[in-house]
Design a protein around this ligand. Sequence first.
Ligand SMILES: [Zn+2]
Length: 427
Amino acid sequence: MRCGLMSNPASRFGSVLSFSFEIKHAESNSLARVGTINTPHGPIQTPAFIPVGTKATVKSVLPEAMADLGAQALLSNAYHLYLQPGSDVLDEAGGLGTFMNWPGPTFTDSGGFQVLSLGVGFKKVLAMDAQTFRRDDVIAGNKDRLAHVDDEGVTFKSHLDGSMHRFTPEVSMQVQHQIGADIMFAFDECTTLHNTRPYQELAMDRTYAWALRCLDEHKRLTEERVGKTYQALFGVIQGAQYEDLRKKAARDLGSMESGGQSFDGFGIGGALDKGQLSTIISWVNEILPEDKPRHLLGIGAPEDLFVGVENGCDTFDCVLASRIARTSAVYTMEGRFNLSNSRFKRDFSPIDAECDCYTCANYTRAYMHHVFRGKEIVSATLATIHNERFIVRLVDQMRQALLDGNFADMKEQFLGRYLHRSGQSRD
Ligand SMILES: [Zn+2]
């Protein structure tokens, strides 16, 4: 049904007015709110989970299936698309949504996180364990450092072919404008919990300067690229685990303006220690302008989504749901478990009896066990559909609970079951 929105996106919306955010309900005893983000490719009812299709595809799942499971928007990554196939190819294709046959709203992450991940030597994620080290370069100690940061930008080596590239705030904006997502993020320096306090301060100053440059370049490109739909730009709040740095970033970016251009929304990024998630998000969201949407970058575990919603975040993205699905791990109301486990060989019940997804309506745990054990490609498709539906629906249920005035009860009920069983049955 949502596919009907797609066919004629570009011409109808060409102004700043095509992006807006309305708050429909705000809690009185917390920062949580319910709203709608309007984009040129349709609305996003918030809070909402935005599934990730890093390289313009949610791995193993068709866009039609993503629409059927309730995804309201998809998030891709500018760094990956810049390297392959090249952002100019997406521009020629008519933008990200048209290119990947997704009619709804799209986001692109700026690439800062991926580029900087290369710099610290991690393949997929920045380590968020504060207990280990605190030296600025220790993380890259025994690995090739693939990225170098300076005040102007980041020079990095492609993970695909070793070729050298350089991202500056201007390049990131040019790349993201070419990719054409409805919501883009400013290019920031993403630090880890391993970096020292002086380095975090330096990175914050750099992120501030880069945010201004992103605004200027964004404004220039918006004016230059006539006939295109308006692409919203979100500033990214860094500051790791430090209260003063997080609050300063929220104040600085929240009020930043250049030539009449300000940020359309905000991303909360960087090093987020799980134990401090609630505190860090509330520091930031108490300061950020209330009337602009806030996206919590890279957070998607069920228990963390509750923390994000009750502390005033509107949208979320995370690769976790699809990544763990491909390893046969699934979310259920009774916790997370692994379908490869032999106890499912003759279990003819659905993955989750309370789930309304395509997979649970048509397949059993025994069949899923069989296709995972046999390394059949369809295992990834079916498990990803289930996991993405589970997370998308969970956040939709949080939205409804906020409207119904029973968020606290809903959270307690869900986590009581989910975490209790997760602790017992994870394998
Ligand atoms: Zn399901």
